[in-house]
Design a protein around this ligand. Structure first.
Ligand code: ADP
Ligand code: MG
Length: 243
């Protein structure tokens, strides 16, 4: 799926969090959204996912303008989002969490619990780990809980996955495992929007990098760009990373 955001502007009162942002996400690419805290990254993705309504601009899916009135519309279009703060219910099992809220699949279908459990097994096996659909989510380590969130999107046939600062809560080993999962997903055609402010991770997995500063796109870069160059784009002045 090809996503285009054109001239997205989002204001909170008199404050402009997103100022005429253009962004294209190609099929199967890992597109990093890089920027300091408060740059407007989450706001932009919340607009894309239908959680916030843009004041200006439009979203196109495979060239057609779409109007998402809520996350359900985004999910039906094949977009999944994993928020920085997980939306899981700890006292429910993995499978129960996956069907929680009757969220639609791409195309608008729904999953029953048995199908969800089966797909959880298949999807986790595909990434080389074993996730028991009957385990209580609250008993799982944070890194595994995050995989539940990712799987919750994947079992709905999401073709675009938005990951909002997914490594913030992970150990270094969990981070490396997640980056591996992201690469596998992209290789199989899933597009990933990867929000982060960590340069190392961006350089390791991103196919393309869009840098956002104070609500504006200030540059796009290839992962071969130097860390100094990227950091300078992020903060708007020369940065010496050797100190
Ligand atoms: P990032 O994800 O890049 O850290 P955000 O998109 O969360 O940044 O926030 C961008 C700016 O918009 C911040 O200054 C933040 O305080 C402000 N902001 C975000 N959400 C709201 C809101 N619901 N109401 C008012 N201001 C908001
Ligand atoms: Mg954010």
């Amino acid at each position: 799926m090809r996503l285009e955001l054109e001239g997205i502007t989002k204001r909170f009162g008199s404050f402009t969090a997103n100022d005429a942002i253009d962004l294209v996400v190609e099929p199967g690419e890992i597109h990093a959204l890089l920027g300091e805290n408060g740059a407007g990254k989450s706001t932009l993705m919340n607009v894309l996912f239908g959680l916030l309504k843009a004041d200006e601009g439009r979203v196109l899916v495979d060239g057609d303008p779409v109007r998402f009135t809520g996350p359900r519309d985004a999910m039906q279009a094949g977009i999944g989002m994993v928020h920085q703060h997980f939306m899981l219910v700890p006292v429910f099992t993995v499978a129960e969490n996956v069907v929680l809220g009757d969220e639609p699949t791409k195309g608008g279908g729904f999953l029953d619990r048995a199908t969800a459990a089966q797909r959880v097994r298949e999807t986790s096996a595909r990434f080389g780990f074993d996730l028991d659909p009957d385990r209580l989510v609250g008993d799982l380590p944070v890194g595994v809980q995050q995989r539940v969130e990712i799987i919750k999107a994947l079992v709905r046939d999401a073709e675009v996955l938005i990951l909002d600062e997914p490594t913030a809560v992970l150990t270094p080993q969990e981070t490396d495992e997640l980056l591996g999962i992201m690469k596998e997903l992209a290789a199989s055609g899933t597009s990933i929007v990867f929000i982060t402010h960590k340069l190392r991770e961006v350089k390791e997995v991103a196919d393309r990098i869009t840098v956002i500063r104070r609500g504006k796109v200030v540059g796009t870069a290839e992962p071969t760009a130097s860390a100094t160059e990227l950091a300078s784009l992020m903060v708007g002045r020369a940065v010496d990373l050797t100190v």
